[in-house]
Design a protein around this ligand. Structure first.
Ligand code: FES
Ligand code: FES
Length: 177
């Protein structure tokens, strides 16, 4: 077996569960999430660290998964857009994106959702400037950003009033895109 096809068996903690998977040591976290774990909510974009569309949370901090080897994520808590909702209940940021029309084509949306969730779970009362700063690494080609920022403000208001799932919803539609 050549070095190029030699796989390493690794255990990753993804969305609260320990999962064992075997992959080439040179695969990025983005590739392993999408290709080996079928978590396709996280999107490929530039793969150069410029667009933010591959963002996931590692130990509750936004990380560009195209720039991280999956092996580097062992021993850390990985959270993707698929892990935002609590069962059928949408995370407040997902609910607010639906209500505000903050997703258009939706390609950038998973990254915005996890980035906003990380901010608001740490700072529910984040100001508009803090929201803009937190989202500054995420590009959107469709929305012009206004509705995205309004949605994050709405989710933050609800979370500061009642906790992470204060405005969670049992709505059947999700914004995992
Ligand atoms: S795909 Fe990772 S920053 Fe663009
Ligand atoms: S909604 Fe289309 S790129 Fe953001």
């Amino acid at each position: 077996m050549s070095v190029a096809t030699k796989k390493t068996l690794v255990e990753l903690n993804v969305n609260g569960a320990d999962v064992a998977c075997a992959f080439n040591a040179n695969k990025t976290l983005l590739e392993v999430l999408r290709e080996d774990l079928d978590l396709t909510g996280t999107k490929h974009g530039c793969e150069m660290g410029h667009c933010g569309t591959c963002t996931v949370l590692v130990d509750d901090e936004p990380v560009l998964s195209c720039l991280v080897l999956a092996l580097e994520a062992t021993g850390h808590k990985i959270r993707t857009v698929e892990g935002l909702a609590l069962g059928p209940r949408l995370h407040p940021v997902q609910r607010a994106f639906l209500e505000c029309g903050a997703a258009q084509c939706g390609y950038c949306t998973p990254a915005f959702l996890v980035t906003a969730a990380a901010l608001l779970e740490r700072t529910p009362g984040a100001s508009r400037d803090e929201i803009k700063q937190a989202l500054s690494g995420n590009l959107c080609r469709c929305t012009g950003y206004t509705k995205i920022i309004e949605a994050v403000e709405l989710a933050g208001l609800r979370m500061s009033e009642g906790g992470r799932h204060a405005a969670a919803s049992d709505a059947p539609g999700t914004v995992n895109v």
